[in-house]
Design a protein around this ligand. Structure first.
Ligand SMILES: [Zn+2]
Length: 213
């Protein structure tokens, strides 16, 4: 597999670099100035650059399990907090997109954790970090009814986690200021890679609407 990556880099040097060497040289000399930050899952099926047709220098990306943004006051916010701080205060990005996705293993782990807690089951001790990380988003699912056999429970949970992260962005004071000054816009999107559809949070509502193309 690593060999495949090395060959991929060889091709990148040949094809991409030859065509856009100027862009890359400018990025090296002048530094980065991306306009957009994307917060998405570590899932290998979610590839922002491929999805959005962007190249080096275009996106400032943070990936973690289940695309989580803990609240500003959380003890777990150091990693994402430092990235947000750099993006908003130094890079002054114009947009931040929280990008969730279908069949998210991280959100599934959160649902399992909540169900286990409800049923008094002892959760597995196989993982050291996953439960404590995804449990950050427990409040997001308080409105999702786990007892109902809702066929969309997976989708509803994934979108609820996206909204949780989206709302938590506004708990970071300097980010909230930038939004109020209209120098920054934040977005909540959810990707279904099976149907190749992108959904976005509607304005003034928590409903997700499919983007029309
Ligand atoms: Zn995921």
């Amino acid at each position: 597999m690593v060999e495949k990556l090395v060959n991929g880099f060889k091709n990148f040097r040949k094809s991409y670099f030859e065509k856009r060497s100027k862009v890359l040289q400018q990025l090296a000399e002048k530094g980065q100035s991306p306009q957009t930050m994307v917060i998405c899952c570590a899932d290998s099926r979610v590839e922002p650059s491929i999805l959005f047709g962007t190249g080096p220098g275009d996106l400032f990306v943070v990936r973690n399990v289940a695309n989580l943004v803990p609240p500003f006051t959380s003890k777990d916010n150091v990693s994402i907090g430092s990235a947000l701080e750099y993006a908003v205060k130094i890079l002054r990005v114009k947009d931040i997109i929280v990008l969730g996705h279908a069949h998210c293993g991280g959100v599934a782990a959160l649902c399992k954790s909540i169900n286990n807690d409800k049923e008094g089951e002892i959760t597995d001790n196989l993982t050291d970090f996953i439960k404590s990380w995804v449990d950050i988003a427990k409040p997001a699912l308080s409105k999702v009814y786990f007892d109902h056999k809702d066929e969309n429970i997976e989708v509803n949970s994934e979108r609820a986690v996206v909204l949780y992260s989206y709302n938590n962005l506004l708990t970071y004071p300097w980010l909230n200021d930038a939004v109020n000054e209209n120098s920054l816009e934040i977005h909540a999107w959810w990707l279904d890679f099976k149907s190749v559809m992108l959904w976005k949070k509607a304005q003034g509502s928590d409903a997700f609407m499919p983007m029309e193309f």
